[in-house]
Design a protein around this ligand. Structure first.
Ligand SMILES: Cc1cc2nc3c(=O)[nH]c(=O)nc-3n(C[C@H](O)[C@H](O)[C@H](O)COP(=O)(O)OP(=O)(O)OC[C@H]3O[C@@H](n4cnc5c(N)ncnc54)[C@H](O)[C@@H]3O)c2cc1C
Length: 436
């Protein structure tokens, strides 16, 4: 306990989850110190090739709404109403995300979103931001946060939002699996052409190529940030500028001519890794402190459903809710939080892995297009009773873990209805034959 009797709360990581949680706690009148390893990104700017656009959807927006940031963030974002699929030859085709074509996911720069959250956290009474403070671990028996270049600091409650490679997580004795995809990612840029977007800004563009793909999301400055998701060996194989140019002209012909900085970006932008983190438990109590993981630190997922940040924001809302429900008893609140969230984050982790195959492969096939058209037709006909998986993940706040069961149920009903219709048709045909 601190000298004034209040608990000392430390948040590790001033990323998306750390900042939102700091704002929520500050508003609840709980003072909190946030330790961030980087210098203030509002002063120092972003790292090369690590801009990352996020698709923020219903869950993220609902969480931002809680702290009054929804509209401010939407002003920094561009709506994308569907996927624009670019085949190697032939015309592009647009696949709307929702049956009515009205719903959109929102492309926002991660750095812009982080800056908004940092501004809000800084302006929230009780929140202290400490930049250039690299945490190396925690000692929950001593009740301390440990730093690379500074003495340890006391904390009674430690909330770790320090990302997929969490130092806090590594310093605890937890059950952790980190599954790396053989694919990595690299960013490229399509700048504006004659001051305008070079592609339709109302879509998430996909170049599906079987085992790999490229996507492009629009930015407010009328550029697109492209991300290649390729097996890491494929990146290494293009080891000369000539090979890079030839490869892009062959496999991404309509994009290659829109990328004047392709060779420079390809040579200098880093290759990121794609990891799923399965960890449990997320909370531990020691003699001196209780600690909990949240966001990517607890459950990093691959980005193919555009849900990592949305899901991290839901964690923050749940922690805040559990704290209110338990009357400020941190140990009980954090246990309740992990119990409620784990099945949900496991479910979205599985769906995100599955969606990689859909994006890099299935979206290109005519069968997929026909299936999607049929799904949207059913959604229109059976409004509210038949809802696609994409809709439930991206445009609803239904707990992720309930989605697979809901889909199974509605498919069973549909299969039953189809079988019933077929039986009825067979009976009618037989009756007609008898009458003749
Ligand atoms: C290519 C790509 C595309 C993505 N697209 C989407 C998308 O479309 N939609 C979506 O919702 N999500 C997307 N995501 C996922 C999303 O970026 C993450 O889920 C989200 O950023 C998680 O937030 P977080 O706060 O948990 O972690 P982070 O945002 O990683 O923040 C962690 C913070 O902790 C700090 N930190 C790390 N270590 C330490 C330390 N030792 N000491 C102190 N501070 C530390 C970091 O500097 C950082 O500020 C994507 C991810 C990738 C890689």
């Amino acid at each position: 306990m601190a000298a004034d009797g209040g608990e000392r709360i430390a948040i590790v990581g001033a990323g998306l989850a750390g900042c939102l949680l700091a704002v929520l706690l500050g508003r609840r009148g709980v003072p909190v110190t946030v330790y961030e390893r980087r210098p203030d990104p509002r002063v120092s700017g972003a790292e090369r090739g690590r801009s990352i656009n996020l698709a923020i959807s219903a869950r993220g927006l609902a969480a931002l709404e809680e702290v009054g940031l929804r509209d401010r963030c939407l002003k920094l974002a561009l709506p994308m109403h569907g996927r624009m699929v670019h085949p190697p030859v032939g015309a592009t085709n647009f696949q709307p995300y929702s049956a009515d074509g009205e719903r959109a996911i929102n492309s926002i720069g991660r750095a812009d979103l982080n800056r908004s959250l940092l501004d809000t956290a800084e302006a929230t009474p009780g929140v202290t931001l400490r930049f250039s403070s690299r945490v190396t671990g925690v000692d929950i028996d001593a009740g301390t946060v440990l730093f690379q270049d500074a003495p340890a600091e006391r904390a009674d409650v430690i909330l770790a939002g320090d990302g997929a490679y969490s130092a806090v997580r590594r310093s605890l004795d937890l059950d952790v699996d980190t599954d790396f995809l053989e694919h990595g990612y690299k960013e490229l840029t399509i700048p504006p052409r004659d001051g305008e977007f070079a592609l339709d800004p109302d879509a998430l563009h996909i170049w599906p190529r079987g085992t790999s793909m490229m996507i492009a999301l629009p930015n407010l400055d009328r550029s697109f940030t492209c991300t290649l998701f390729w097996p890491k060996d494929d990146f290494a194989a293009l080891d000369t500028p000539e090979k890079v140019t030839a490869y892009f002209e062959r496999h991404y012909p309509d994009a290659a001519g829109l990328m004047p900085a392709l060779l420079d970006d390809y040579a200098h932008n880093p290759i990121g890794s794609l990891v799923t983190v399965w960890s449990w438990p997320w909370t531990r109590r020691g003699d001196g402190a209780v600690v909990a993981l949240l966001g990517d630190a607890a459950h990093a997922i691959v980005p193919f459903y555009g849900q990592g940040a949305n899901c991290a924001f839901e964690d923050c809302i749940e922690i805040d809710r559990c704290l209110a429900e338990t009357g400020g008893d941190w140990t009980r609140a954090l246990e309740r939080y992990q119990e409620r969230r784990k099945a949900n984050t496991d479910a979205i982790a599985e769906m995100a892995l599955d969606n990689f195959i859909e994006m890099r492969d299935r979206v290109a096939s005519p069968v997929h297009r026909a299936k999607q058209a049929a799904t949207h037709a059913l959604e229109r006909r059976l409004a509210g009773r038949y809802v696609s998986r994409y809709e439930l993940v991206s445009f609803s706040t239904m707990p992720y873990a309930r989605i697979p069961a809901r889909l199974r149920r509605q498919n069973l009903v549909l299969a039953g209805a189809a079988a019933g219709t077929a039986a009825l048709l067979a009976l009618t045909a037989r009756a007609l034959r008898r009458r003749r």
